[in-house]
Design a protein around this ligand. Structure first.
Ligand SMILES: [Fe+2]
Length: 296
């Protein structure tokens, strides 16, 4: 019995049914999941009961895994004792110490670690405890964000890059060791092409990373702000997004190369514990699609 794929919206996302991730998956099942992932950008697999070893085993079928990022955004430990590939995402405090990163605040739209030269390709997030309300995760389709732009804007973007701010966390806090940005032309962080060719699907996606402190070199600050505002508005409008409300045992895997994500805040009196793995990425690039000559 193979898996079945059930689209979750017209924008992106599909639920995979017929798979138990506590088992080692055969190569055909992994290929089918991978193919559905490339088509739908975000996959949901519900009702799982897996430990960290099984989460690492499943995730590593789709690429090599990064170690957990060094240093939590809130000062707590970020990886589990046995598995350095697992990042703990949580607001829970135990013995006076956060057990994970990110806390309970809203996290604004972003691509994970886009300020790095080689941002991760993807993330896999598994829910162990969830608050009764809040903490929903939303995704937006960056292929469509590109495809729905006017042709002249698409053409203009081909030669542009953007600086992806390294100073702020996804919840808006200043990262340790950085100073607040006063002039966006001096924002520290990687410079990536605004158009990005997906290395597997070869489709073109818009690549924005994060809005705060972003800057498009070569433009005046005013021109850069106006262009970025327009691109962000187009990318994150409701008809280009899908929101997931978590249940315990949900596993979500998203493609960081063509989908951005954000998270709603939740009551800090409630507990939220997620374990996450991250698949290693490579340097973003843009290769214009080959134009098929038309008959004269
Ligand atoms: Fe994130």
């Amino acid at each position: 019995m193979g898996i079945t794929v059930h689209p979750l919206s017209d924008v992106l996302g599909a639920e995979i049914k017929g798979v138990d991730l506590s088992n080692i998956l055969d190569d055909v099942t992994v290929r089918d999941i991978h193919d559905a992932w490339m088509e739908h950008l975000v996959l949901l697999i519900r009702g799982q009961s897996i430990d960290d070893r099984q989460l690492v085993e499943f995730s590593s079928r789709f690429g090599s895994l990064d170690g957990a990022p060094i240093g939590s955004e809130r000062g707590g430990k970020v990886s589990t004792d046995e598995h350095n590939e697992i990042t703990v995402i949580s607001n829970v405090i135990e013995d006076g110490q956060p057990i994970g990163g990110l806390g309970n605040l809203e996290s604004d739209w972003h691509t994970d670690m886009s300020s790095y030269d080689e941002p991760p390709a993807a993330s896999v997030l598994y829910s162990l405890e969830i608050p009764p309300t809040g903490g929903d995760t939303s995704f937006c389709n960056m292929y469509r964000a590109y495809e729905t732009l006017p042709r002249e804007v698409q053409a203009k973007l081909q030669d542009l890059k953007a600086i992806h701010d390294a100073t702020l966390t996804s919840t808006g806090g200043l990262r340790h060791g950085f100073e607040a940005v006063k002039d966006v032309t001096q924002t520290p962080g990687a410079r990536h092409p605004i158009l990005r060719t997906h290395p597997e699907t070869e489709r073109t996606a818009l690549f924005l990373g994060r809005r705060t402190n972003a800057y498009v070199p070569g433009l005046s600050v005013e021109e850069s702000e106006a262009l970025l505002d327009m691109l962000w508005e187009n990318s994150t409008k409701a008809e280009n997004t899908w929101t997931h409300t978590w249940q315990v045992g949900d596993l979500i895997m998203w493609d960081n190369r063509c989908a951005m994500h954000r998270r709603d805040p939740f009551d800090n009196a409630a507990r939220r514990i997620m374990h996450r793995t991250q698949i290693t990425g490579d340097q973003p690039f843009y290769k214009p699609p080959e134009v098929t000559p038309t008959a004269a």
